[in-house]
Ligand binder design. Structure first.
Ligand SMILES: Nc1ncnc2c1ncn2[C@@H]1O[C@H](COP(=O)(O)OP(=O)(O)OP(=O)(O)O)[C@@H](O)[C@H]1O
Ligand code: SF4
Ligand SMILES: [Mg+2]
Length: 443
């Protein structure tokens, strides 16, 4: 399966080598104005994306997760320049594209494509599949080898559809097939970056896996770079190299996939993970432990002061209400915006609020979960101890506390108790103090 280089039209930039920065976002904001009254005066703004920084490397998949309304789609539309940012900068292969006009964006449209959230509304019902998938060629004035029709039929077969269905209309296809049509359209011009906004959330679970696998195969074969947006971690888990966790327009944690799953450091990430079902039947006997977040997501019109997660966070202290924590690299490959991160040595164990919340929460955890946690903590500590004897810690600023974090290597399974010692062992690792137990969770 190969997509030939197009015969006319120039792309904006040269190809990026795998691992090089393809897209870089700095201080990106989108505030939608709220207008009121006859004169339509601005009465406020929805701070949908409120200052985010990240980069996407060539060949990788960056997963973006967060609850509904946290700004994921807005972020996707900003980086594909379907929306004009309020502030900040977007660079694509080193070129500033933040404020490019329609003409300046034309070549970029070939390099950056988007797959939309809803396959039912993103395809024009009055156009045939052939017209829909051939539109990018017409818009860009590109004439593929062998003609547009032949190329569109080839693309349909690449995404697993019958090329004979070229003249059919969207209503004649199922949801999964429509999403394949959207993928074919996105691939038409041989893009470098594909932003997929919840590509499977509108599909049945059985079809979801097929579409995720298709995206994965296409990436392998075409060397694509993806930003895949999802509202829970189960979809992005298998396809992402790195994952960004968003909350109310901000990135709370951005980490390599394995680090994020083994030892999430932001309390919100832990809460999201505890909601992911246990896929491993061998662990069915383990009681699941869930973090129930209090209250609703606050309004993005007036986000909470300081850390915007503080109104729902079981670890919040005074500083969280006044000072916004910056997104900092606390371990190599793991950036976190939190004053009291989990699975880290600097967890303010002297904090009374923290201790009482942790003790209270400990009563909600079953004896089996605690025993299992203790066993896995000991195993992980031994493994990390042996490992660090070989390699000294490289994070000079704040050495990682992997040896004491007590994760069992799969935080999604819920009973690992990575929080059971998360707040305690940072202080009492040496003496094995276990008087501080997990944050507010229940089985
Ligand atoms: N065009 C717009 N005008 C005003 N507000 C908007 C606009 N688009 C989005 N918003 C608001 O911005 C916030 C973020 O919306 P966005 O669609 O980016 O969230 P999301 O994370 O993609 O949510 P979901 O998971 O439900 O798709 C929401 O509060 C939404 O109401
Ligand atoms: S501990 Fe504080 S800074 Fe960290 S997530 Fe909770 S409220 Fe935010
Ligand atoms: Mg969305």
């Amino acid at each position: 399966m190969t997509i030939p280089a197009q015969t006319s039209g120039a792309t904006l930039t040269k190809d990026a080598a795998p691992g090089e920065t393809l897209l870089k976002v700095t201080g990106l904001q989108k505030h939608f104005p709220i207008k009121k009254g006859l004169l339509q005066r601005q009465a406020g703004a929805v701070r949908a994306v409120d200052g985010i920084d990240f980069e996407v490397r060539a060949g990788e998949t960056l997963g973006v997760v967060g609850e509904s309304g946290c700004g994921k789609s807005t972020m996707g539309r900003l980086i594909t320049r379907l929306l004009e940012p309020t502030a900040g900068k977007v660079e694509f292969q080193g070129k500033d594209i933040t404020h490019l006009g329609v003409g300046g964006m034309r070549p970029l449209r070939r390099d950056v494509q988007m797959i939309f959230q809803d396959p039912y509304s993103s395809l024009n019902p009055r156009h045939t599949i052939g017209t829909i998938v051939s539109a990018p060629f017409k818009l860009q004035g590109v004439q593929p080898e062998g003609g547009v029709k032949k190329e569109v039929q080839r693309l349909l077969s690449v995404v697993g559809l019958n090329p004979e269905h070229y003249n059919r209309y969207p209503h004649e296809f199922s949801g999964g097939q429509r999403q394949r049509i959207g993928i074919a359209r996105a691939l038409a011009l041989n893009p470098k970056l594909v932003v997929a906004d919840e590509p499977v959330s509108a599909l049945d679970v059985s079809i979801q896996a097929q579409v995720v696998n298709l995206l994965d195969d296409l990436q392998q074969e075409l060397g694509l770079t993806y930003v895949i947006i999802a509202h829970d971690l189960s979809v992005v888990r298998h396809v992402s190299d790195r994952i960004a966790v968003m909350y109310l327009g901000k990135i709370m944690e951005l980490a390599d996939r394995d680090l994020l799953y083994k030892s999430p450091m932001h309390p919100y990430t832990k809460a999201l993970m505890s909601a992911v079902p246990i896929p491993d039947p061998a662990r069915k006997s383990a009681k699941s432990e869930r973090i129930l977040l209090k209250g609703d997501v606050p309004s993005p019109i007036a986000p909470p002061s300081g850390c915007r997660f503080h109104t729902r966070c079981w670890k919040a202290t005074q500083i969280c209400t006044t000072t916004e924590p910056p997104l900092k690299e606390l371990r190599p490959g793991q950036q976190v915006a939190c004053h009291h991160p989990e699975n880290f040595e600097d967890q303010a164990p002297q904090d009374v609020v923290l201790l009482s919340a942790a003790k209270e929460a400990a009563e909600l955890v079953s004896e089996e979960a605690l025993a299992e946690s203790a066993a896995t903590s000991a195993a992980v500590a031994a493994e990390v101890g042996a490992e660090s004897a070989k390699t000294p810690a490289s994070d000079g600023d704040k050495p990682a506390a992997e040896g004491t974090d007590g994760t069992d290597g799969d935080a999604t399974e819920g009973t690992d108790g990575d929080g059971t010692d998360g707040t305690g062992e940072s202080a009492g690792a040496a003496d094995g103090s276990t008087d501080e137990k997990p944050p507010a969770k229940e089985k």
